[in-house]
Design a protein around this ligand. Structure first.
Ligand code: FAD
Length: 290
């Protein structure tokens, strides 16, 4: 298949791209093209104008800012994978991104594209929910910051306005003694996960859970925090019973289903994967807290 005809625009600055986007009714921005190109070819998207963000240097790169790590939307997944800053300060994102597609797709795919494409089981949106990331959305009207939870409205539907571009994603790293783990289950390596689980956990001096974040991808229409499980853990020693009871909450979460992977299957998988991720994060937290 081939895309329906469109005009291609190659802006060299963010203001130029924003002007183009604001002045056209049926325009789409393209980043790595790893999701949008297939959609164009399958005529699942048929914009009159495509605005290519690849020539806008200011949208790529990672930097520290007041203790946060700010990742430009056009940062390639491969650059995130190899970034010493991410390895050291955002180990959950590092572990997750190794599951994204193949190295070839990661060479082109971007963090911003994955966040905006918002596939329910995509790893990067799941980490952004797990870490309560904040997103900088830009338009000719200025900038607005939204949390990833506000951004992810529904199945592949974000709160992005038609004239907005995601400029950057701001992560607040957890303390170095936090344990992390990202696990997923898919049919083949490189496929989208059927279900994924992300765990972050901090232990206090007595070994009880001081703070935790437990997130599931691929279960509902958007990735979500399993707050019922977090409440079971909070303030308690992570004994086998407490861990089991916490993860059992995952099986009670509302799940989407399809003929291949029904809701009950995803719920069962979610419970197992959450337990695997939590135990791995607890193990790491115990070592790092020594
Ligand atoms: P594009 O495809 O260019 O754009 C995606 C969408 O986001 C479009 O609607 C576009 O308009 C919009 N968009 C992009 N950037 C912005 C921005 N800055 N502001 C506003 N809107 C924007 N992904 C996974 O998560 N896990 C996988 O396992 C996985 N496996 C894959 C396997 C294959 C073979 C392929 C081809 C892709 C796979 N992907 C997977 C998808 C890949 O990660 C894409 O990179 C990602 O989903 C989209 O990123 P992109 O930069 O290519 O965005």
């Amino acid at each position: 298949m081939k895309p329906s005809p469109f005009s291609l625009h190659l802006p060299e600055s963010l203001p130029e791209a924003l002007e183009l986007l604001a002045s056209r009714d049926n325009a789409r921005v393209i980043a790595g093209g790893q999701s949008l190109m297939p959609m164009l070819n399958l005529r699942l998207a048929f914009p009159d104008d495509v605005i290519d963000l690849n020539g806008i240097a200011e949208l790529a790169g990672l930097r520290e800012d007041g203790g946060d790590i700010v990742v430009g939307a056009m940062t390639r997944q491969r650059d995130i994978e190899f970034s010493p800053l991410v390895s050291e300060r955002l180990p959950l994102l590092k572990e997750a991104i190794l599951n994204v597609g193949h190295r070839q797709t990661r060479n082109r795919g971007t963090l911003g594209g994955s966040i905006c494409h918002l596939d329910p089981s995509a790893e990067q949106p799941t980490v952004a929910i797990a870490m309560d990331a904040r997103l900088s959305l830009r338009s000719v009207r200025g900038e607005r910051m939204v949390s990833m939870r506000e951004f992810a409205v529904d199945l592949m539907t974000s709160c992005l306005e038609p004239d907005e571009i995601l400029a950057a994603v701001r992560f607040t790293p957890w303390p170095a003694r936090a344990g992390h783990a990202f696990v997923e289950y898919g049919r083949r390596h490189g496929d989208f996960a059927i279900v994924s689980a992300a765990a972050l956990v901090l232990l206090d001096a007595g070994g009880a859970v001081e703070r935790c974040s437990l997130t599931l991808g691929g279960v509902a229409s958007v990735p979500f925090r399993v707050e019922a499980a977090e409440r079971v853990l909070q303030g308690n020693a992570p004994t086998q019973e407490v861990v089991r009871e916490a993860c059992a909450q995952a099986a009670r979460c509302e799940a989407v289903g399809d003929p291949t992977y029904p809701a009950w299957y995803r719920q069962r998988l979610a419970q197992r994967l959450l337990e695997r991720a939590l135990l791995k994060a607890l193990e790491r937290a115990a070592v790092l807290s020594q």
